[in-house]
Design a protein around this ligand. Structure first.
Ligand SMILES: C[S@@+](CC[C@H](N)C(=O)[O-])C[C@H]1O[C@@H](n2cnc3c(N)ncnc32)[C@H](O)[C@@H]1O
Length: 361
């Protein structure tokens, strides 16, 4: 592995903050065998189409001060310059906003927790894979002052004003790891789907770097749109967008359906007590429950304001698609997804496991 710089270079100052009809969007019945999907969500019948529908991400996320970052500029967006593969997700202010906004959504989805793995009290060393804006690592540092938290990413986009127990490293997590064997209490990776080509290898490297008894947790979204009451429109523009996502993943060799394999991969690597939880993310604020309604508002805002960033380059450069067709498809999907009579949701997978106390590597 190329020796990484010890610390992210001066980067920025930031003020943080399926009728289960999943099959319709590409899941086979085999895919769904291991799913334990969270219970049905009650729709809020009293809502009108005002209010949340007009929310934007800026209502929820503090602005991020612009500063110097390394990277490659292309079509007005900034992309990471480090790593084996050409990145298709930008690493600029807009993307860091999206990252922090998503962090709020996922934390709410986990009932204000940063992870689901039952890690031990007073952990000493924690690793966050593909840390992005570093917001998860920083929150973990605040929560566990006794622990050293390392966030690693190919892009130097993390803030340089940090809790003393948090540090960032620039490295490619698909290369050979230099971390000592049995050195971490917890290794975490969130929203790395369509980034990682070789999941079994990442799982094995995590197994090796964990202390016996330590936990590994992966989490990520699966954009398979479903509803429990048959209100979702089949063959929608949203479903076509989801197919674009899966096609892009297949083309670059990083499957969009990776979360479906994590449980088996952890078990095959030797992890014990492997748990898979599948949570529902409402696509707009249609649920009655206030927490789920807020998650839906986050998701709608993310889809409307954030998602085109991550699809635009991929659709044209990876799939060779027509930018005009993409614009029209996005506009149709945005209109569909804002319709609160559609009680639709996508899925968020959380899979964790424990390295056995007697593990051999
Ligand atoms: C969608 S962001 C998720 C950020 C963060 N995990 C979170 O949930 O807040 C994906 C991040 O993974 C990073 N990444 C992708 N491939 C990587 C690799 N091979 N090695 C290190 N980081 C990688 C990207 O640069 C990006 O910051």
């Amino acid at each position: 592995m190329t020796p990484p710089p010890k610390q992210a270079s001066p980067v920025k100052t930031r003020t943080p903050s399926p009728t289960n009809d999943a099959g319709a969007a590409g899941l086979t019945s085999e895919d769904q065998e291991t799913q334990t999907i969270s219970s049905e969500i009650e729709p809020d019948e009293s809502i009108s189409d005002e209010g949340y529908a007009e929310s934007t991400s800026t209502s929820y996320v503090s602005s991020i001060a612009s500063d110097v970052r390394r990277g490659i500029e292309e079509n007005g967006r900034l992309y990471a310059a480090y790593g084996k593969h050409k990145p298709w997700v930008p690493v600029d202010d807009a993307e860091m906003d999206r990252n922090d906004f998503q962090h709020c959504k996922f934390t709410l989805l986990l009932n204000n927790e940063l992870h689901l793995a039952p890690i031990k009290q007073g952990p000493h060393k924690i690793l966050d894979l593909g840390t992005g804006s570093g917001i998860w690592a920083i929150d973990m540092g605040d929560k566990h002052p006794s622990a050293e938290i390392i966030g690693v990413d190919t892009a130097a986009v993390q803030p340089n004003i940090l809790p003393p127990n948090v540090q960032f490293e620039i490295d490619d997590i698909e290369s050979d790891w230099l971390y000592r064997e049995s050195s971490f209490d917890f290794i975490h990776g969130r929203e790395l789907v369509l980034s990682i080509r070789n999941w079994p290898r990442l799982v094995q490297q995590s197994f090796r770097a964990l202390k016996p008894g330590g936990y590994f947790e992966l989490s990520g979204s699966l954009p398979v749109i479903s509803s429990d009451d048959g209100t979702h429109i089949p063959n929608s523009a949203f479903e076509e967008m989801a197919q674009v996502y899966f096609d892009m993943g297949d083309r670059i060799g990083a499957s969009g359906k990776a979360p479906l394999s994590w449980k088996t991969q952890l078990e095959e690597a030797g992890f014990e007590n492997v748990v898979e939880k599948v949570l529902k993310i409402p696509t707009n604020p249609w649920p009655k429950d206030p927490r789920m309604k807020k998650i839906g508002a986050f998701e709608l805002s993310h889809f409307r304001d954030g998602i085109s960033n991550i699809f635009a380059r991929g659709y044209t450069q990876i799939l060779g698609g027509d930018p005009l067709y993409f614009e029209i498809l996005m506009a149709r999907a945005k209109a569909e997804v804002s319709n609160r009579r559609m009680h639709t949701y996508l899925l968020f997978y959380v899979v964790y496991g424990q390295r056995p106390l007697e593990a051999q590597v």
